[in-house]
Design a protein around this ligand. Structure first.
Ligand SMILES: Cc1ncc(COP(=O)(O)O)c(C=O)c1O
Length: 395
């Protein structure tokens, strides 16, 4: 049976916004939920913590992290909020983010700064761009004497750029600037080595490129920062200290009664993805990378444009600049451009972002195991037709 539930007739080219979860993983999740309902007391009191530890071990092995430094949260937005709300800030301190940072997380940053009289400075990351040096220069130029924390998107949402973290993190942490890496897209898309990277905080969604059920993400906190990080919901773990585990795990592992099945099936999820390619997950990542590059080439040829960034700066997402939008575009994380709707009406789920600001815009493609080169060839043709219709309508 086809493992993906994606509906026939839909060319799904937006794994980046909402990843598809395969049937075997959903079946494993259903099994966990049935066990939970068979005896909720046994499940929550005696099975949950060992299950979370099992999942932590599997994810830790995948991302190069000590399991004790990893906790689960429902999504990257939640993790970014938990870190920022916990982070010590004084009036006049500065926080840095990218102008390409995910808008919801930028809101969280501005909220945390506003509550405590801190300032937000944005690093202007150009797109199109010629090299990773421009990203490093943009981030360093945004630092000031009072910069305490930098929010760095590992893979930028509007443009799919993979940030040169191996250069940025040591440089910033060395200057006393805590790095909060928003790796929402990175887990499953890119090889990760979190302990080696050395960022103070790193969060990633499992429900995007790891294809986990919705509501599964990780937060990795470096050991020396863990004492200060509290979950958004204070619950049992804040009470008497436990002999067998630290407060970091105790607090995040229980934030009230909820359905933890998305976390508990992560070992099954990783094993399933590893089995998709003879080269394991690394093989799948290489395949997705090659496919998105081939798809990008099709689109660039159709649009008559040069590559807007080097191929080495991409993972499994890629954006291409489009002619300006003819009408008003409401800003929003998923874009509300009429072109996106026109492509959806032709059966293509693909986002058009008003980037860097309307009327400028980009179209972003994703490449996941269920995509093929034909998807992008047909998209290029449909895009041409939609843009021609737009030009006709604008006259
Ligand atoms: C860079 C980035 N950060 C954070 C998020 C938010 O993810 P979630 O809604 O799962 O919290 C996204 C979603 O697309 C994203 O692209």
């Amino acid at each position: 049976m086809q493992p993906w539930l994606l509906e026939p007739g839909c060319r799904y080219l937006n794994h980046g916004s909402f990843g598809a979860c395969p049937r075997p993983v959903l079946e494993a999740q259903r099994g966990v939920q049935e066990r939970m309902e068979a005896n909720p007391m046994r499940f929550f009191l005696r099975e949950l913590e060992p299950g979370l530890d099992r999942a932590r071990a599997a994810v830790g092995a995948l991302v190069g992290a000590r399991p004790g430094d990893l906790v689960f949260v429902p999504n990257a937005t939640h993790a970014v909020n938990a870190v920022l709300r916990s982070f010590p800030l004084s009036p006049g301190d500065e926080l840095v983010a990218l102008d390409q940072s995910y808008p919801a997380c930028l809101n969280a940053l501005r909220f945390a700064a506003g509550e405590r009289g801190a300032r937000v400075a944005l690093a202007r990351v150009p797109f199109p761009l010629a090299s990773a040096d421009q990203v490093v220069a943009a981030v360093l130029a945004a630092l000031g004497p009072r910069t305490r924390l930098a929010l760095l998107d590992h893979v930028t949402s509007p443009t799919g750029l993979v940030l040169p973290l191996e250069r940025l993190v040591p440089e910033l942490e060395g200057r006393g600037v805590a790095c909060l890496v928003d790796g929402a897209h990175a887990l499953g898309m890119l090889p990760l080595a979190l302990d080696r990277l050395g960022a103070s905080y790193y969060t990633a969604n499992a429900h995007k490129w790891l294809c986990a059920p919705k509501g599964a993400a990780i937060l990795h906190v470096r050991a020396d920062r863990q004492a200060g990080v509290r979950p958004l919901a204070i619950s049992h773990g804040a009470g008497a200290p436990r002999a067998d585990r630290g407060r970091f795990l105790a607090e995040f592992d229980w934030v009230g009664t909820d359905d933890p099945s998305p976390y508990l099936v992560l070992p099954e999820c990783i094993a399933w993805l590893q089995g998709l390619d003879p080269g394991g997950l690394a093989g799948l990542q290489a395949r997705n990378h090659a496919l998105v590059l081939a798809g990008r080439r099709r689109l660039l040829t159709a649009l008559g444009l040069p590559p807007p960034c080097p191929e080495e700066m991409l993972g499994a997402l890629a954006s291409v600049p489009l002619p300006p939008a003819p009408g008003a575009v409401a800003p929003g994380p998923l874009g509300l451009d009429g072109l996106q709707g026109a492509l959806a009406a032709r059966g293509f789920e693909v986002p058009v972002f008003p980037w860097p600001a309307p009327p400028a815009r980009v179209l972003r493609i994703s490449a996941q195991a269920y995509n093929s080169l034909e998807d992008y060839a047909l998209l290029a043709a449909a895009l041409g037709a939609c843009l021609a219709a737009e030009r006709g309508g604008a006259r």
